[in-house]
Ligand binder design. Structure first.
Ligand SMILES: Cc1ncc(COP(=O)(O)O)c(C=O)c1O
Length: 398
């Protein structure tokens, strides 16, 4: 008895592999993308109160009304679109469940789905669960900024294409898709009658500053003709540094929501009731909460980026998300190291800093070999410790 064929190509995730190596080597872990600090006190207090004062039995399948109402109000504030929380919002166990609920509920075996690479690793696995086939379109590294070629996107569409999966702000490049790029993707969706599955878990983590003066999160569902064909996925984890709560949601038309729920009802049926009450309070956080969050992450991004530049990495400050995707060739070539995996192991051994080799997120491996992913969603102490270790390595010249 062994792993089912559909999961065999995926093996153990790169995160488990690097984390276990990092633990052995007592490395500072800038690998996996989760904060090493807790979410805000007011939300944790709300959860404790909810356990005492609210129901603790199964929530309604689509979600607790207080929470789905809060999601719908936030959506209206963000996009100007009024939605019906009862028939258009589905609360899931993190965005991680929303992804396969969407693929299983809306795709048929043999359907093709376009993925931008590098991709979040749940997408190909969730397509495999549904028997659907990924078709890869590369976000090419244009000197640190990543962009797709519209002709390549159009060429990827066949008679079997059913959907495009989008992720903005993007893991791992830190790209925030511009309105013009989203218009191009939306144009293809409308012309070819495709769905768009839009993962927006980093929507509140956008760093608009002198490095990225135009950065702005736009939900593709807000573009003309897209609301009825887009499934927008989001979660609480990244915005509120509560990745362990696993509270996410999917917003879609009533027809598409029926498909998502057809799968969701047999995956988890419903999600933790008291945490949904607490999550509705989280969505009421004042603007100052988000300003503080982005200011904190901007400072950590900049501290890490500067250290990497001093070491010889080529770094473009990401416009969004949790990650720096740095070009390592300035460091690796003098040392005779070639691939991202080699450089990753070198940094664990010699600097005591763990990162993620991004070829794990590419179908065309050679297009990501010159890159390395560093997470900056960490405490100042963790960033400082990593920076000190990298500086020591730079001085030692190894
Ligand atoms: C792009 C992207 N989507 C989804 C997720 C998972 O979200 P959640 O923690 O809500 O399951 C992650 C987490 O790393 C992510 O980077």
């Amino acid at each position: 008895m062994t792993v089912a064929d559909r999961f065999k190509p995926f093996g153990t995730t790169i995160f488990a592999e690097i984390t276990s190596r990092a633990v052995e080597a007592q490395a500072v872990n800038l690998g996996q993308g989760f904060p090493d600090f807790d979410g805000p006190e007011f939300i944790k207090l709300a959860a404790k109160r909810a356990i005492d004062e609210k129901p603790n039995q199964y929530a309604p399948m689509g979600g607790v009304p207080e929470f789905t109402n809060a999601i719908a109000s936030r959506w209206q504030r963000d996009t100007g679109q009024a939605i019906d929380p009862k028939s258009q919002v589905t609360v899931t166990a993190g965005c991680t469940e929303a992804i396969p609920a969407t693929t299983l509920g809306l795709l048929n075996p043999g359907d093709e789905v376009i993925l931008f690479e590098p991709y979040y690793d749940s997408y190909p696995a969730s397509l495999a669960m549904a028997g659907a086939k990924p078709v890869f379109v590369t976000l090419h590294d244009r000197g640190g900024s990543f962009a797709f070629d519209e002709a390549e996107l159009r060429a990827a569409v066949t008679s079997k294409t059913r959907a495009i999966i989008l992720n903005t702000p993007h893991n791992p490049t830190g790209k925030v898709f511009s309105r013009a790029e989203l218009e191009q993707i939306a144009g293809v969706c409308r012309e070819q009658d495709l769905l768009c599955i839009s993962d927006e878990v980093y929507d509140r983590l956008v760093y608009r500053d002198e490095h990225n003066p135009e950065a702005e999160h736009v939900s593709i569902a807000s573009l003309p003709g897209m609301a009825e064909r887009t499934i927008t996925l989001n979660s609480l984890g990244k915005t509120f540094s509560l990745t362990g709560w696993k509270i996410g949601w999917a917003i879609a038309s009533p027809e598409l929501t029926e498909g998502i729920r057809a799968a969701h009802q047999y995956l988890t049926y419903a999600v933790s009731t008291p945490m949904q009450y607490a999550a509705s309070e989280a969505l009421g956080a004042p603007g100052s909460y988000y300003e503080e969050l982005t200011a904190t992450f901007t400072a950590r991004r900049d501290a890490l980026a500067a250290a990497l530049e001093r070491l010889g990495f080529k770094v473009n400050r990401p416009a969004g998300g949790y990650f720096i995707l740095a070009d390592h060739r300035g460091v690796s070539e003098p040392l005779g190291l070639k691939t991202d995996v080699e450089v990753c192991h070198h940094l664990i051994e010699h600097a005591g800093v763990a990162t993620i080799p991004p070829t794990a997120f590419y179908d065309h491996k050679q297009r990501g070999q010159h890159l390395l992913r560093f997470a900056f969603c960490k405490t100042q102490e963790t960033i400082d410790a990593a920076v000190q270790r990298l500086q020591k390595l730079a001085r030692a010249g190894v």
